[in-house]
Ligand binder design. Structure first.
Ligand code: FES
Ligand SMILES: [Fe+2]
Length: 384
């Protein structure tokens, strides 16, 4: 206990935000699953990463991603979130590109090149590709990757992730939250908030055993984890900022559990979190449904909360919409409980000018102190 590694200014400083976005451009972001987002050939989805508008495209069984930006004057190819796509036609002046991103055709060739001898210049045009990796069914994107997926996430996590498969029916919603995205990623890595913030909701599903303590004297404080990090100036590796967490759950299996493909890897008594740095929380609730939360930063004081719910592939097909709607609404209630607290934490952080005397880490905050330590590191040096 005692020392803090947290720097309150990192939650509202625009300069800190710019530095963090440079890091975000160089790392991988999980945007969802093939089985739900791109179950059909010749389809696309439109996603946001690091404030970029990206089209992820399925051409047969080949997946690729491009910026939704035409190389002429920045027009978009689509304003839809998903659909069918055989080629990319710019909505602004009609340049057309093939699915490999290379120039295809235009019926305004003479407008672009007055001298037909220069038409070859059109042939050199191409879309800006966004690096893409697939792990099992999970789609990862990066703007300018400076490391491999296997360097950002450890083997256990990628192995477990590669086993997760989803049905094509899913629900998705996105909205803006008025606080720093890091607070949300820290919050999901903070197990102690659950019995306090979600007493009447999420907590009902979990087995939890608290320890009561009151005014005991002469406590021998062992050196805490945060103290250890401070003393040794240890900077965690980036893969330590992600990880798996297993929590026992106590519930009756839902009615559709007999209709889905059972996966022994997502046992029905386990709630499994995949925490994917810098801002994704994927979870399996007893293998009967999966949630994906993405905290997509807009600026230092706002992020887009993207929430999806999926079911596993079905053994006997059924209409999933009513189930997904119900799960989704319950999740929104839980998220509202978090957001109410985190909005307040965000505001309070701005009033803290002497963190060593005003804040501390509990020993249980191993993950949070690693995150704080890593952010201290990237704000004092060039990351990666
Ligand atoms: S901006 Fe795309 S063709 Fe002009
Ligand atoms: Fe929570």
């Amino acid at each position: 206990m005692k020392e803090t590694l947290q720097n309150p200014s990192f939650y509202s400083s625009s300069e800190a935000f710019r530095t963090e976005m440079l890091l975000h451009e160089r790392i991988w972001h999980c945007v969802g699953f093939v089985g739900a987002l791109l179950p059909h050939k010749d389809s696309f989805i439109r996603v946001k990463i690091v404030n970029r508008d990206v089209l992820v495209v399925r051409n047969g069984n080949i997946f690729s991603a491009f910026l939704n930006i035409c190389p002429h004057r920045g027009g978009p190819f689509t304003l839809k979130d998903r659909g069918k796509l055989s080629t990319f036609t710019c909505m602004y002046h009609g340049l057309n590109f093939a699915k490999d991103g290379k120039f295809n055709v235009t019926n305004s060739a003479h407008e672009f090149c007055e001298n037909p001898a220069n038409y070859f210049q059109l042939d050199c045009l191409k879309l800006t590709q966004v690096p893409l990796e697939i792990c099992g069914e999970a789609i990862f994107l990066s703007i300018q990757p400076a490391l491999r997926l296997a360097d950002q996430f450890d083997n256990d996590l990628l192995e477990q992730l590669s086993l997760l498969k989803v049905d094509h029916q899913y629900v998705f919603s996105a909205w803006t939250e008025p606080f720093n995205y890091k607070l949300n990623y820290e919050n999901v890595n903070d197990p102690l908030h659950v019995p306090h913030v979600h007493q009447a909701t999420f907590m009902q599903m979990l087995d939890y055993d608290g320890h009561i303590h009151k005014n005991q004297k002469n406590i021998d404080f062992n050196p805490s984890h945060s103290k250890y990090l401070l003393k040794d100036k240890t900077t965690p590796s980036i893969s330590e900022l992600s990880g798996l967490a297993f929590t026992r759950i106590d519930r009756d299996p839902p009615w559709w559990s007999n209709l889905i493909n059972d996966s022994p890897n997502f046992a029905d008594d386990k709630y499994i979190n995949f925490f994917l740095f810098p801002g994704t929380n994927l979870f399996s609730v007893g293998g009967t449904h999966f949630g994906l939360q993405r905290y997509n930063p807009i600026n230092s004081e706002e992020f887009i909360y993207e929430l999806s719910y999926f079911l596993p592939p079905m053994a006997n097909a059924f209409e999933a919409a009513p189930v997904l709607k119900e799960l989704f609404e319950a999740e929104l209630d839980t998220i509202k409980e978090d957001s109410a607290i985190l909005k307040s934490v965000h505001i309070n952080m701005k009033q803290i000018h002497d963190p060593q005397n005003q804040l501390f880490h509990g020993d249980y905050e191993k993950k949070i102190s690693k995150l704080s330590s890593y952010y201290n590191y990237i704000h004092s040096t060039s990351p990666l």
